[in-house]
Design a protein. Sequence first.
Length: 116
Amino acid sequence: QVQLVESGGGLVQAGGSLRLSCAASGRTLSLFLMGWFRQAPGKEREFVATLNWSGGATTYADSTKGRFTISRDNAKNTVYLQMNSLQPEDTAVYYCAARVRLTTYWGQGTQVTVSS
């Protein structure tokens, strides 16, 4: 089992920045991948960014590339999402995810609201 606790969401004006954090506990030695997804009202959950826990390789959705940065602190088993140049369309509940072998674990989600 892996437990994920997210923090850092909130309300920000368009053009502003926020940093999300996700701390993992439990079977963290078996972590393969960590990432962020988001779900806006009335829409399906969508991929934002992922980070390979062993090699550090990152991937981004086209909509976030160049504005968002995913990073990690291995010692703290924590993954971050730095979000810059936020736009109203970035408004969503942001979920942290962790992949251990064939199982994906999810955090409880944190709300990000961007006002115009």
